[in-house]
Design a protein around this ligand. Structure first.
Ligand code: CTP
Length: 405
């Protein structure tokens, strides 16, 4: 699995950095090419000379040339390495570097490179027990996991401080095995493909305070964007109002209303090879949003009437310009699912439609798993087992691959 693979190894400042020498040796022995990138703090624990000797490559620490009289450094190195890598492992990943990556900072070579990555990112957190258990660290790790990062859990045991608990960098054999697993699942079959995903609900204003919306959390669409990015696609994600972290390397466009989403899809669709329309777009919006807050006393009697008008069907609108692009829709149905999804498939000129029912336990809004049925023209519906949304996303993308050829 390692033979000929390009592995970017990030080393950050922690006592376990000494293990990276052994790790580099094992990766090289397995036939991989290894590019080591270190933070300044890491160089306090192990020297770049050691790691460059073992990896047989220059180790990169600096973002800028150390002095003006140095030969001009190639400025796009972080981009070149980001494109070169099949996978990046940060081991040990310190609390500081995890926090920086979680908020998208780029204040050294390693974190700048991470922002430009197009391959899977694997983090092996390693630090003292209380730093690992700290709420901020746990929040950052959870956010990174949500945005598609692979986390290798630290081991529990005696730590350098003398304390006992979770925080030890696992053995090199375990790290190599986990890395091989990620490489195995990291199909780079979307390299060079441009994928457009829509996610989340839309908000349709009633007045400056109130709106009409739905229960969509955006999780399925964000998982699709993360999965496509992991597989090497150039991903644009058009998102309604949600509280989710943008997956690594994904370009995100935020919209609020169905009209804004329609305009963004219309603009981005011509450049896409695949559109996955996972957003729960409104079908109706208030005919006239009031410019000022609607007052209770202004309404006579016990009721008020709100007139809604139909908003454009985005998929129907783009159908005539589909060309060779692959278009996948979603259908959320509570009853008569297959027949209704089949009608939408035909009416919206889709390559296939992903049916799910929010009433099924473990499917639908807000939850981290989904149960979907793939419906294609002239084929039997294919029901997939309940699985985490990221796995369902990969399964959907796998079914789009043959259509993209
Ligand atoms: N969709 C769209 N534009 C809309 C509404 C929905 O492009 N204004 C897309 C959704 O993103 C989804 C597909 O159409 O991929 C099916 O959405 P759904 O709401 O299930 O279907 P509708 O055609 O709106 O039918 P209904 O709500 O009546 O079931």
């Amino acid at each position: 699995m390692l033979t000929g693979r390009h592995i970017v190894l990030g080393v950050t400042g922690g006592i376990a950095a000494y293990k990276s020498a052994h790790l580099v040796r094992e990766l090289i022995r397995g036939g991989a090419e290894v590019q080591v990138v270190m933070t300044h703090a890491a160089t306090q624990f192990i020297t770049p000379l050691t790691l460059s000797t073992l990896s047989r490559r220059e180790v990169i620490v600096e973002m800028f040339p150390p002095s003006p009289d140095q030969p001009t450094m190639q400025w796009t190195k972080h981009i070149d390495i980001a494109l070169w890598g099949d996978v990046m492992l940060v081991a040990p990943a310190s609390a500081n570097t995890i926090a920086k990556i979680a908020c998208g900072m780029a204040d050294n070579f390693l974190t700048t490179l991470v922002l430009a990555l197009r391959c899977p990112l694997v983090l092996a957190p390693s630090m003292d027990v209380d730093m690992y258990g700290n709420e901020a660290t746990q929040r950052n790790i959870a956010a990174l996991r949500e945005s598609g990062c692979h986390i290798i859990e630290p081991e529990s045991g005696e730590l350098a401080s003398g304390l006992h608990g979770a925080g030890r960098l696992p053995d090199v054999d375990h790290l190599v095995k986990e890395l091989a697993k990620v490489l195995e699942s990291a199909h780079r079959d979307f390299r060079g493909k441009r994928v457009l995903v829509t996610a989340g609900p839309t908000h349709e204003a009633i007045d400056p305070i109130r709106y009409i919306s739905n229960r969509s959390s955006g999780k399925m669409g964000f998982a699709l964007a993360a999965a496509a990015a992991q597989r090497g696609a150039d991903v644009t994600l058009i998102s309604g109002p949600v509280h989710l972290q943008t997956p690594l390397t994904v370009r995100r466009i935020d919209v609020t209303t169905a009209h804004e989403m329609a305009a963004a899809v219309e603009r981005e669709f011509p450049a896409a090879d695949l559109l996955v329309m996972a957003a729960a777009v409104a079908d109706f919006s208030p005919a006239h949003a009031s410019a000022t807050k609607i007052k209770r006393e202004e309404q006579t009697g016990d009721s008020m009437t709100l007139t809604l008008s139909k908003v454009p069907d985005i998929l129907k609108a783009i159908a005539p310009s589909k060309g060779k692009r692959v278009v996948v829709g979603f259908a959320l149905e509570t009853d008569d699912g297959v027949a209704s999804a089949q009608r939408k498939l035909a009416a919206k000129n889709l390559d296939f439609i992903v049916l799910n029912n929010p009433r099924d336990a473990g499917a639908g809004f807000g939850v981290d798993t989904n149960i979907v049925t793939i419906i294609r023209p002239d084929a039997k519906p294919e029901q997939l087992p309940r699985a985490p949304k990221i796995d369902v996303a990969h399964a959907i993308l796998t079914r789009a691959v043959p259509l993209l050829q």
